[in-house]
Design a protein around this ligand. Structure first.
Ligand code: C5P
Length: 398
């Protein structure tokens, strides 16, 4: 990576961690210039960043000392990369709306350097629909999300939204993670069930625990990929280093996938998407009795990705009770996808809720078996298999 890092610091408890980010980058020989918002200065003084970076800290759009009094343009051109850390919910919202009401937001608009965003906020703010919509826009516009991580938060809540540790942010920013079979690749994974509401208290869903999809996301991250996990409602911790986008319904999952997947190399649909949803969600709880619920089909996400983005390598899952390979092949052709990872369900000790699984990888040419093992081990073998096939496929189509 080139040498000039513009570190945008917004105001939150995680602001103190940005000092360490600046120090690590300096230690590695990068020039670091820091731009702070007013709120950031309430947490850490500019003097501390100045001491660490050896550069004057900028905080005002109207800086008479900046070249031609155009500090934002000068800094925007200087940056080889812009890292927003911590990125508060407010600063992310400003990014998506293109606001320029202070130096940092104006720089984000004016720079042509790649933008990396390390979110830091309370878990409820991270899960808020507005934040999730903003995050989806950031990803769609080509910004790279670093985290957030999961754990205890300053307010005492536990959940997603913590800023990643400085060392992780710097490693990911500089692409220093160990070379893996998917280094430099972008992978999107769907996981878990979807819930399709029928009335305010009831929904249609299925038994998916999300364990397989989460194991796949972890394995893809360990193989060096930048991973986005679109997750239905599950009771699992967010995988470290993976961007998790929580959704509830199939329609929400479809919307969270369809635009951002455009920039991905590989899409793995491990979610058990509900095939149908109630045509109408009643406003009030339905009374007991002869309730008739009309169902409509949900969009098929893997098939839509394959159809709309032929450049993306698409893997689907098939859970079958019998005649697994033939049924998987039928699905492969019907959905127009590259691979199916098929598993037999209804067999004790594997599949739904179990920690173990076995898969048959089915392509139009061949089948390969991944024998019964832990889901983590099966996921690692699946990722290695996919990366080998993806490379051959990329060679053949280039
Ligand atoms: O058609 P079936 O549900 O058996 O196919 C399973 C595969 O298709 C899985 O990869 C699942 O994630 C995906 N799927 C989807 N959208 C749906 C239904 C299934 O992406 N609406």
């Amino acid at each position: 990576m080139s040498s000039n890092v513009l570190l945008g610091v917004t105001g939150g408890v995680a602001t103190y961690k940005s000092v360490e980010i600046a120090r690590l980058l300096k230690q590695k020989g990068y020039r670091v210039r820091v731009v702070m918002t007013e709120a950031a200065k309430a947490f850490v003084t500019p003097l501390l960043f100045q001491g660490i970076t050896g550069e004057r800290v900028s905080d005002s759009l109207f800086d008479p000392q900046a070249e031609a009094a155009m500090g934002h343009i000068e800094l925007a051109k200087w940056a080889d990369v812009l890292l927003l850390a911590p990125a508060t919910a407010n600063s992310i919202a400003k990014l998506t709306y293109g606001l320029g009401d202070d130096l940092l937001s104006t720089l984000c608009l004016a720079t042509s350097a790649p933008i990396f965003v390390a979110p830091a906020m309370n878990q409820a703010m991270w899960h808020a629909a507005a934040t999730q919509a903003n995050i989806a826009i950031c990803i769609k516009r080509g910004m790279t999300l670093l985290g957030p991580g999961e754990g205890e938060q300053a307010c005492g809540d536990i959940g997603l939204g913590r800023m990643l540790e400085p060392q992780d942010i710097v490693e990911q920013l500089l692409g220093e993670k160990q070379e893996g079979s998917l280094t430099g690749k972008c992978v999107m994974v769907t996981a878990g069930p979807t819930q399709e509401p029928m009335d305010p208290v009831r929904y249609i869903s299925n038994h998916s625990s999300g364990k397989m999809g989460y194991a796949i996301a972890r394995a893809a991250h360990a193989a060096g990929a930048r991973v986005t996990l679109i997750s239905g409602p599950v009771a699992l911790p967010a995988p470290e280093g993976v961007t998790v986008v929580p959704v509830i319904t199939a329609q929400e999952m479809y919307e969270a996938v369809m635009e951002p997947v455009r920039d991905c190399d590989i899409f793995i649909g491990a979610a058990a998407v509900a095939d149908f949803r109630p045509k109408k969600c009643a406003d009030k709880k339905l009374a007991k009795g002869d309730v008739v619920v009309d169902l409509v089909a949900n969009p098929d996400i893997v098939a839509s990705v394959a159809k709309q983005y032929p450049g993306v390598y698409v893997i689907g899952f098939a859970a079958e009770t019998h005649d697994v390979v033939n049924k998987a092949k039928e699905k492969l052709f019907a959905k127009g996808i590259d691979l199916i990872a098929a598993n037999e369900v209804g067999v004790a000790g594997r599949g739904f809720h179990s920690d173990n699984n076995a898969l048959i990888i089915v392509s139009s040419q061949d089948c390969e078996l991944i024998e019964l093992d832990t889901k983590d081990s099966v996921a690692q073998q699946l990722i290695e298999n996919i990366s080998k096939r993806y490379k051959n496929h990329a060679k053949a189509t280039s």
